[in-house]
Design a protein around this ligand. Structure first.
Ligand SMILES: [Zn+2]
Length: 278
């Protein structure tokens, strides 16, 4: 699971001196990396980026980090390459990925809020907070973070795993879904569980949360105990949903740096080792 590195401090204004900043440049979900290391550009920018597109992210290991976006993924100069951010998960330094996850959300927010969503006038950066303010009507836009829930349902020594229809692999995972406006996280868990598999649950227990920058989710993970109902997979959403116990063949489950992999691994049913008679 991805965590913000301990040696990271967020910033909304650039520091007075920005010697050799680390610049996280994005184009459509791809991050520009120096091919040899691989790390982000750490000096003069390898492509033309207007200063208005440079946004403070924070200080990581004493280095100032900024986010930006590019108009195209034409390779700027030799020695650089674009990498799909998602494909880097599990395949690059975790500190770099955590800062890149923040930077990608800031860059994407900045790219999509240059004009006011209410009156279409140009927006400008607000003072003292990470926000854009409309120059005409005063509408303020903050980075958008979309809460989502994930839940692993337990029934005795079994857990419920499901395969999604949109999944391109045979992966089984915990149930998950986005919150609707006006809903509490607990209400979302109960609603999604009933919609996706027709079950009712109780005894929700918080597990962990994780920022998921594809594009801007905050995933809050829970376990819940089965209450009642028969599994009824939601058409068009869930291909298959089953109880898996300690004696069942374990399906392919998520790996990499996702919270799903930790939630499932932490609650995987296992046979207790036989007791040794004394
Ligand atoms: Zn406006």
């Amino acid at each position: 699971m991805l965590h913000t590195p301990a040696a990271f401090t967020p910033l909304i204004d650039p520091p007075a001196h920005t010697d050799r900043p680390l610049t996280f440049i994005f184009h459509q979900g791809k991050l520009l990396l120096q091919a040899a290391t691989p790390t982000v550009p750490d000096g003069p920018l390898p492509l033309d980026i207007p200063a208005s597109r440079l946004h403070p992210v924070g200080v990581w290991n004493g280095r100032y980090c900024q986010a930006a976006w590019a108009d195209s993924d034409a390779l700027p100069v030799d020695g650089y390459a674009w990498h799909n951010l998602r494909s880097l998960f599990g395949n690059a330094d975790e500190g770099l990925l955590a800062v890149a996850g923040r930077a990608s959300q800031i860059a994407d927010w900045a790219r999509t809020h240059r004009h006011c969503g209410a009156c279409a006038a140009p927006m400008q950066r607000a003072q003292g907070e990470r926000a854009y303010k409309c120059t005409a009507c005063g509408h303020t836009a903050y980075p958008q973070i979309c809460p989502a829930m994930m839940v692993l349902i337990r029934k005795g020594d079994h857990v419920l795993l499901a395969r999604h229809t949109r999944s391109t692999t045979a992966l089984y995972t915990a149930l998950a879904g986005f919150l609707e406006a006006g809903e509490s996280i607990e209400e979302a868990v109960h609603r999604e569980v009933f919609e996706e598999v027709g079950l009712r649950v109780h005894d929700l227990r918080y597990f962990h949360s994780q920022s998921w920058p594809f594009p801007n989710s905050l995933m809050l993970a829970f376990t819940a105990e089965y209450l009642d109902g028969e599994i009824r997979p939601q058409a068009g959403e869930i291909d298959d949903a089953r109880w898996f116990g300690p004696d069942d063949a374990w399906p392919e489950t998520p790996t990499s740096l996702s919270i799903a992999s930790e939630l499932i691994a932490a609650h995987r049913p296992r046979r207790d080792p036989p007791r040794i008679a004394r």
